[in-house]
Design a binder for this molecule. Structure first.
Ligand SMILES: [Zn+2]
Length: 674
């Protein structure tokens, strides 16, 4: 029998956060003391199980608080969250550095019982021992105190970084009262900007730096000066170059870099990049840099040709003779329209949100044998949010997820999956079902028209759903390796990027497209154009991803504590190597690069590309055996998805594919000659 532990999002108020977390920490410390006072030989039952119960309480109580900070942010909430974050980090460091606890784990690892445990259980113990090492267990007391101080400060700084980006994004807007200034924008985008204006009791339109608004202007606004202005505001967010310097992240970045390096060297690593790889699938910093540079070499000549084509087109057709970064998306859209007779706007009516969702759910049922059913009456944090259950072939509810689709104020940008609950077997035998948050920032419905998604948004939805499936279709029963828990970050994007592939295949598109008025599936000529568009400027896009990845990695791998490299100099060096577009000198993308300065991707942004090699190659088996082949689908589910973090991802991949991963499928999907 599975049970689901769903949070009541409206029961908790900002003022309750601190007392609640104080209680949680007190309870956890008491439970830990109890475990440590046990004089018996450590066993799975008297050591790991009670620790799991503590972690479970964090998942249930602390998890929703952090979640609401992202999706229903207020100053009051954030202040309370921030105050508790320091305490939670302190507690975790305490546990991570608890000598008595690690002694118990070592004893368990060396006990006769260990050999009797299953693979997942062994992995839990091995990971725990690894993580103890990484949280400084072997350090002398003075160094341990130092480690603790640095960790706490880092978690403050990274939280501050993210909050500054959010605030900087919200601080800028431009009110427009003459529609002529927005010429070129499609009706849907105009409607959104009008809605943004209404929210502030303004007439006309309001351009903001929320991603849908930013993208609409960069893609469609004929007004070049407006594009430049919005580009500048966006590219200087939270930096010293912004008009409003209140949210400058420069000092945060400098301190984060310094402290990460100190933390890594305390643990005996040469730099933070090495520390990052200690929990990843990749084995060495050389391997990462080699991988990125190799891809860079393969992509750059083609990226240069693509850019040249764009320049010539812009000069000839758009009278833009000096193509600038704020022209690239705009001219790209026009070029794509001309050569492929295709635009995101043209595709949009074929992807009404309900059709896409239904198609996605049907696809998941065909491939993996699970049904998705909406449940009403579940407590949510906003009226837009829905809740669904996954039901298996035996008609059992096995998982659930929240779906929060649309961009709105006080919600962090981007799209992500996060854990509500993990699949977990209670010592009494009952099973807790895994539950996920799926959060996107799609253009909300305007007026009473149902929302239609761009193809990009559809792909994003599939991506996040892939993470969700990884978490929800796990068969693991131990918290630390259940679902996405314990999966190395450079393998965690495998299921997500894998799912994106279905948005490019006829079989997938037939399931998820139906014109909003006529109900027609995506016509063949549009499909052909879409297929071609997949290769449109792919080398330029790859170059951009490599720029982010290599910047992130070298920034951490080559940090010099005596003389920290100037941030912009590192960016310049990387651009000289892999980029084809050179942005203006005021551009400060690092200052809003939340992935690496407030998310978990520090010295790990390369993971996206690394995992894409795996996901493209895994999808290759579907290309060979049939895109909607349930047998291959079940194989994927039973090998890759079910195992969670219990087995080395390289072994899982080889078990699924029958061989080591190859880079060819990624290059083929990107249209780049290998
Ligand atoms: Zn992802």
């Amino acid at each position: 029998m599975t049970n689901m532990q769903l949070p009541d999002f409206n029961a908790l108020q900002a003022k309750d956060i601190e007392p609640t977390i104080n209680q949680l920490l007190a309870d956890s410390r008491a439970a830990l003391a109890q475990i440590l006072s046990n004089q018996q030989t450590p066993t799975w039952q008297n050591l790991v199980q009670p620790l799991e119960q503590i972690d479970l309480q964090f998942e249930r109580i602390w998890g929703p608080i952090g979640h609401l900070d992202s999706v229903r942010n207020s100053d009051e909430w954030h202040a309370a969250y921030d105050a508790c974050l320091a305490k939670v980090t302190e507690y975790r460091t305490e546990v991570g550095q608890n000598a008595a606890l690690v002694a118990k784990f070592k004893a368990l690892a060396n006990s006769a019982e260990f050999a009797q445990l299953n693979l997942a259980q062994k992995k839990v113990i091995e990971n725990a021992l690894r993580d103890f090492r990484l949280s400084g267990i072997d350090l002398a007391p003075a160094e341990q105190a130092e480690y603790k101080r640095i960790s706490q400060r880092l978690s403050q700084l990274t939280s501050q970084f993210g909050n500054q980006v959010l605030k900087a994004t919200q601080a800028w807007s431009k009110h427009i009262s003459d529609k002529k200034d927005l010429a070129g924008l499609p009706e849907s985008a105009l409607g959104l900007l009008a809605q943004y204006a209404q929210q502030k009791q303004l007439d006309g339109w309001r351009v903001t730096l929320d991603f849908p608004s930013y993208l609409a202007v960069m893609t469609h606004a004929n007004n070049r000066a407006l594009r430049e202005e919005v580009y500048r505001a966006y590219a200087t967010r939270a930096s010293d170059q912004a008009d409003n310097k209140d949210f400058d992240n420069s000092a945060n970045i400098a301190e984060i870099r310094q402290l990460r390096h100190e933390l890594a060297t305390l643990l005996g690593f040469n730099n933070y990049a090495e520390r990052s790889l200690a929990t990843k699938m990749v084995e060495s910093t050389e391997q990462v840099v080699g991988f990125l540079r190799d891809l860079g070499r393969k992509a750059k000549p083609q990226a240069e040709r693509e850019l040249q084509t764009l320049r010539e087109f812009a000069a000839k057709e758009l009278a833009i003779t000096d193509l600038q970064p704020w022209d690239v998306t705009y001219a790209g859209e026009k070029l794509q329209l001309k050569t492929l007779s295709l635009s995101q706007e043209q595709l949009k009516p074929y992807f009404p949100v309900e059709t896409v969702l239904k198609g996605l759910f049907d696809l998941v049922e065909t491939l993996f044998g699970v049904k998705t059913v909406q449940t009403l009456g579940v407590s949510v944090w906003h009226d837009d949010v829905r809740f669904y259950q996954l039901i298996n072939e035996q008609n059992q509810v096995i998982a659930g997820f929240y779906l929060d689709l649309y961009a709105r104020e006080n919600k962090r940008g981007g799209a992500w999956m996060d854990v509500v609950n993990s699949r977990w077997r209670h010592p009494d035998g009952s099973l807790q079902a895994p539950v996920a948050y799926l959060v996107c920032n799609f253009t909300p419905p305007v007026g009473d028209k149902p929302a239609c998604l761009t193809h990009d948004e559809v792909t994003t939805l599939f991506h996040e759903f892939g993470h969700g499936l990884h978490h929800m279709l796990t068969e693991m029963e131990h918290l630390e390796v259940s679902g996405i828990n314990g999966v190395p970050w450079d393998a965690v994007e495998l299921p997500s990027q894998f799912m994106e592939n279905f948005c490019w295949e006829r079989e997938g598109l037939d399931l998820i497209s139906a014109h909003i008025d006529s109900g027609e599936p995506l016509p063949n000529e549009l499909f052909e154009s879409l297929k071609q568009s997949r290769h449109f400027q792919t080398a330029m896009m790859l170059a951009r991803q490599l720029e982010f990845s290599l910047f992130d990695f070298l920034l951490h791998a080559e940090y010099n504590p005596q003389q920290p490299q100037d941030l912009q100099a590192v960016i310049q060096q990387v651009r000289a190597e892999v980029a084809v577009i050179q942005p203006p000198s005021y551009q400060r993308f690092a200052h809003s690069f939340s992935h690496i300065f407030s998310g978990g991707y520090a010295a790990g942004y390369f993971s996206y590309k690394w995992a894409e090699v795996l996901s493209a190659d895994a999808f290759g088996l579907f290309e060979e055996t049939g895109v909607l082949n349930p047998e291959t689908g079940h194989k994927f589910k039973n090998i890759i998805l079910a195992a969670g973090g219990s087995i080395d991802p390289m072994l899982l991949f080889k078990a699924f594919r029958g061989r080591e991963p190859q880079i060819d499928a990624l290059l083929r999907h990107s249209g780049i000659a290998s």
